[in-house]
Design a protein around this ligand. Structure first.
Ligand SMILES: C=C(O[C@@H]1C=C(C(=O)O)C=C[C@H]1O)C(=O)O
Length: 164
């Protein structure tokens, strides 16, 4: 495959077909069986990556709220440089291409900085308009007001409210 595949919709996790392949029928069955066996490990790694990334973004969202509250800049270049140098060294010792590790971290950091800018903008909008936006951290909703982030009630599916 030379071009990335773009899926047009999310399927449920249960609908995932671990045997999906463009090679079906075109490869020796024993080779196919070995391929599928290795792929089942790849699928486990990919699932773990998603969970790890989700946890990382939860942490960086909290940093974003803290920065907005104290009017700190979204990016921190010295921190990023230190992270990249560390990750490159880790990659080297793990026999992973350091250039790839750097590209991957920069990709994530640039997304985080966009999130922080968005949090900061909605935070400033409170001061300008008095309309209080809500930010989501750890799956919980917080009022992004200039004061301490305050947990708020969320509507329950039965129409009532629950305090988080
Ligand atoms: C999360 C932060 O904000 C930004 C994003 C970073 C990251 O994703 O690790 C690191 C530095 C900042 O540019 C932070 O300052 O810690």
């Amino acid at each position: 495959m030379t071009e990335p595949i773009h899926a047009s919709a999310n399927l449920s996790v249960e609908a995932f077909d671990p045997g999906a392949s463009s090679l079906t029928g075109a490869v020796d069955p024993a080779v196919m069986a070995e391929l599928l066996s290795i792929r089942s490990s790849i699928d486990n790694f990919d699932a773990t990556l998603v969970y790890l990334l989700a946890e990382r973004f939860k942490a960086t969202q909290r940093v974003g709220v803290l920065k907005a509250k104290h009017q700190l800049p979204a990016g921190d270049p010295n921190r990023e440089l230190a992270q990249i140098q560390r990750l490159r060294a880790l990659a080297e010792s793990a026999h992973l291409d350091p250039a790839f590790a750097e590209k991957f971290l920069n990709f994530i950091i640039s997304e985080v900085i966009h999130h922080h800018q968005a949090i900061s903008e909605s935070h400033s909008a409170v001061a300008a308009t008095g309309v209080v936006p809500v930010v989501s951290v750890d799956g919980q909703s917080f009022v992004a007001a200039p004061a301490e982030p305050t947990k708020i009630s969320q509507p329950k599916s039965d129409g009532g409210t629950q305090s988080q």
